[in-house]
Design a protein around this ligand. Sequence first.
Ligand code: ARG
Length: 470
Amino acid sequence: MAQLWGGRFTKETDQLVYNFNASISFDQKFFRQDIEGSIAHVVMLAKQGILTKEEKDEILKGLTGIRQDVEEGKLQITEEYEDIHSFVEANLIERIGDAGKKLHTGRSRNDQVALDMRLYTRLEVLYVDELVKTLLQTLVTVMEDNVETYMPGFTHLQKAQPVTLAHHMGAYFEMFKRDRSRLKDIYHRMNYCPLGAGALAGTTYPLDRNYTASLLGFEGPTSNSMDSVSDRDYVIEFLAALSTIMMHLSRFCEEIILWNSNEYRFVEIDDAYATGSSIMPQKKNPDIAELVRGKTGRVYGALFSILTTMKGIPLAYNKDMQEDKELTFDAIDTAKGCLALFEGMIRTMKFNADVMEKSAAMGFTNATDAADYLVGRGVPFRDAHSIVGRLVLYCIDKKCGIEDLSMEELKEISPVFEEDIYDAVNIKTCVERRLTVGAPGPEAMRKVIGIYKEYLAKDWQDEDEINIPR
Ligand code: ARG
């Protein structure tokens, strides 16, 4: 047991207490951020004359040495330390002696962990954003190829009106585009440096918090030291954004599962992204889509867990907050894995345009257009609706579509019908005539795709001059 705080204690910590309290098994995930934060802290301390240049140089050499040794596998992070902060500090002292004992001057583990978690989360926001962007690129490619791939649009999972595959994909493009804008907002809102808040009440040393913040690429220091050590809003916001991404992925997966079923056959998932059955030789199952749908619950769980953990915590730091880490890490890794796999599944999937188009032509998806036809010839919409309702009933009885009826049959129900009704209820005409902003008409869709491509050509990360460290 290596502890930083033994002085006041007369007894060894009970082993079970030690194990229960320790966080090294998971907070080693932000080992790099812990070192990065310490480097900035030390550079600032030296600039302020709190450490000498020699001390600073020694500490920096020690810290970079530890980082290198861990990265090269020469130094193991072991459970013998309580947390990652203790691991780094103890190793530093072991390496450089007394100067190492000065590292923690003007700092507490409370502002240190707040910084580490923020640095880690901030970077992950960017990684998640990149994965969402890659998915958007794939979606826009599918859209470009399928502006005239007709398919049924559904409400209540009943065929409603014909749309195109491009239009359907475009709906998801919009969802994931909003997800990116949420990530951007979160990034900027969280991008303030908590280091220097100390345990809760700042410090008596003349720290230059603006300088530390700028060294670490923050927009500035946080403004209230008590809030700095006890704020986990940014974690909650990020988990909420991840939950929304997962919700979108899950809806999409549900559709892929339906479309891939024997009944629909709208798509065929690539062999590389499907799995078989141990007993039924014919099976090819959409496991990836099902797993993404399933893992959504896990990410929601992290969000609710941390919301619940935070709701009763008095100011300022309390150990409850240690619970933010494992769940957040798991949610981030889960969402990233799902995004990457989902993108691959969509990219390699085969869309059965002919099956979709046949399906679009069945199930009276052109009934609204038949009513609109009558409206165009002076029939009030409500009457037109009723006439076409009777037409549909007649067709159900005859087991045919509106377009299969003869002119005599049509005229018997309404004398307003003329020869041009056949073109008006043709699936392609139905879609082509929908040209308002946001509608599936191919012309309208091509314009939207142009806008999407412009959007993808630019990048908020570049515009905001953010460099992703690799
Ligand atoms: N492992 C702790 C956490 O994750 C670090 C902060 C410890 N601070 C303290 N006062 N015990 O929150």
